[in-house]
Design a protein around this ligand. Sequence first.
Ligand code: NAD
Length: 365
Amino acid sequence: MAKALKVAVLSGDGIGPEVMAEAVEILECCARLDDFSLDFRPALVGGIAIDKTGKALPSETLKICEESDAILFGSVGGPKWENLPPPEQPERAALLRLRKHFGLFANLRPALCMPELVAASPLRPDLVEGGFEILCIRELTGGLYFGQPKVTREEEGETIAIDTMVYRRSEIERIAHLAFQIARSRKRELVSVDKANVLENSLLWRAVLKRIGDAYPDVRLNHLLVDNAAMQFIKAPRSFDLIVTENLFGDILSDELAMLTGSIGMLPSASLGSDLRGHFRFGLYEPSGGTAPDIAGKGIANPIAQILSASMMLRYSFGMSVSASRVEQAVKRAIGKGYRTLDIASPNTKAISTREMGSQIRAAL
Ligand code: NAD
């Protein structure tokens, strides 16, 4: 058997440890079924790490992450740590630091609306009938969030605030390559979202996407202005498969897409760094939602977002698309058989616990 793949397991706070336990068991099942081996390395992160070590991201945890092949992350934060100074708060001090430390420049957020769960979508049933599965790729380290100058100052007797939007060609090129490569594993259709009628940044974005697209003639590339994209997602979600966009637009549009599915407990995410060797990419994988303090400790959280985050890790960091599809199909089968946690249960269905949902998905594997 090949060398064990090292996975840093950072469960964090709230429902994190509850849903992480299910994801780890699913990965153990996959390893047995597909004959590979995983070395799980648990480490403290978030509020619990602050309580035990004084830091949201202790150096021991960072070291474990550095020595691992991927990070499986739960979620961090909660009311207990909300009054800390902003730079010490769990999300900023742990998650944002990890993204920066590992140069995670691409955020992948699938918006998955399964046919059985279309009732959870706030859209009219005829718009979502049959469900949809859209993947949004957001550039994570450039654009308006990081450009300099970024300052508020007094000028001619008035306060002015300045944010600067900057993209380098190389930053656009690397996310474009990633998007086209992912398009090849899906429907070979890529929609690039920009604001090329107003922004210099978007003109460069569009030009780079077009040029990189020449190297992927088998992928159909379309461009949409961001305001139109926001409307089309609501009008015709089923006509989209894969979106790529810059940081600010991606922040907003990925939340819009998540909302269209109506169930945050189902949505995973991946933050990817550079291609290290061949197809191997270092990545951090986590549910889209937070620590859900309102239901933490009750054993009723939906583990599917964490389980699908684990399947994204198999696909994007380890290149194990067969195992990843196996997990995704098992989730679909468990939902197809009618198993529901409270967040996705309709009034006439009985809700099952986190543990039971995990074991139904394992049975479906
Ligand atoms: P949240 O996502 O934790 O909760 C919003 C709602 O969704 C709640 O009603 C919750 O019960 C529900 N929910 C979320 N995940 C669920 C799941 N798996 N199963 C069932 N229901 C689920 O968002 P919030 O309430 O805004 O934030 C709570 C805490 O989480 C805050 O401290 C926030 O800072 C933190 N947070 C952390 C991350 C992260 O670690 N990446 C992300 C978002 C929020």
